[in-house]
Ligand binder design. Structure first.
Ligand SMILES: Cc1cc2nc3c(=O)[nH]c(=O)nc-3n(C[C@H](O)[C@H](O)[C@H](O)COP(=O)(O)OP(=O)(O)OC[C@H]3O[C@@H](n4cnc5c(N)ncnc54)[C@H](O)[C@@H]3O)c2cc1C
Length: 289
């Protein structure tokens, strides 16, 4: 389908983008990689009167680790995560996530910031960022806010706590500590598809080998990205043995809220959350040194 008509401006700096957002208000939409927004326009599920293109704000494209935090600029493309040595060596859970998104053509454009700002429960980064305990940085006319990802998604589909006059500028992920590891496993109908279900896990063990922190996020099994809190709570203080892994997977499945659709019946998806959670916890365990 052909989108409705809209105006188009490019911003070359963050202050300019914020000013443009202020000027056009709720009628404006930020354009990043465009791989979620353009389909929405074409199906006329969104009809902004103006697009503010931020692709020339190159200062928003970076991946760097400083002071125990990984900083990912919002305009960083998935392909840059795929090819980053830092990500490959230190954040394999992020590599699991980016390489499972769509196909290389999409990943050359799609941005990490756009993946989160879109608020789509089918997108893969939300679950991973929930598991990692990440935060996002939002910049608006009143300055900067740091929002924990668990407070970023609301219980409405495609809704976040980002204000309409704010731009998501950065994602912050705590750097790995000793005895920590994570993984993301996604089940898809065919390569390049959105998940039937996906599970992200990030675990830290204490010196005695018991679970000190646990993060578990679920993809595409509810109206919003789900943080499986009962499963996380259950694991605390336990050894990550088979019994604990299966019990946590049952709790994660119980926390999912799938509906039946072209990707399968709800019961099948819930069963897949259970299976994927077992696999993901085992994979995370192999990455803990
Ligand atoms: C064929 C295909 C397959 C796909 N498969 C997957 C998949 O398997 N898994 C997956 O996770 N994703 C998938 N995607 C989605 C893709 O990853 C999207 O590109 C991504 O979700 C959105 O990023 P974007 O940069 O394209 O954002 P855009 O489409 O440009 O924007 C999306 C939304 O976020 C807003 N936005 C973007 N950036 C910012 C910002 N910095 N600040 C504030 N608001 C912002 C926009 O205004 C818009 O509302 C697929 C897309 C396609 C076309």
């Amino acid at each position: 389908m052909i989108p409705g008509s809209f105006d188009y401006v490019t911003a070359t700096s963050l202050p300019e983008a914020v000013t443009l957002l202020e000027q056009y208000g709720d009628d404006a939409k930020i354009l990043a990689g465009g791989h979620s927004l353009i389909p929405l326009l074409r199906f006329r599920l969104a009809s902004p009167s103006i697009l503010i293109d931020i692709n020339r704000i190159t200062e928003l494209e970076y991946i760097q680790e400083t002071d125990g935090v990984l900083h990912i600029g919002a305009l960083t493309r998935e392909a840059e995560l795929d090819s980053s040595t830092l990500i490959r060596n230190r954040y394999p859970i992020l590599l699991d996530t980016s390489t499972g998104i769509a196909d290389p053509t999409v990943r050359n454009w799609a941005t990490v910031g756009g993946n989160l700002a879109h608020g789509d429960p089918a997108n893969d980064h939300p679950a991973t960022m929930l598991a990692l305990g990440a935060s996002v940085v939002a910049v608006g006319p009143d300055g900067q806010r740091v929002i924990p990802v668990e407070e970023f998604f609301t219980d409405a589909t495609f809704e976040t706590t980002l204000h309409s006059n704010e731009i998501l500028t950065e994602i912050r992920v705590p750097a790995p500590t000793e005895h920590s590891g994570g993984a993301y496993v996604k089940l898809e109908r065919k390569v390049g598809d959105y998940a039937i279900a996906g599970v992200a896990v990030y675990i830290t063990l204490d010196d005695g080998g018991l679970v000190a922190t646990a993060g578990i996020g679920l993809t595409n099994v509810g109206p919003y990205p789900i943080k499986a809190r009962p499963a996380e709570q259950f694991l605390l203080g336990k050894p990550l043995d088979d019994a604990a892994i299966h019990q946590a997977a049952d709790l994660a499945a119980a926390a999912s809220q799938p509906t039946s659709d072209i990707r399968g019946p709800a019961e099948y998806k819930r069963a897949m959350v259970r299976t994927l959670c077992v696999r993901t916890l085992r994979k995370a365990l192999t990455r803990i040194h």
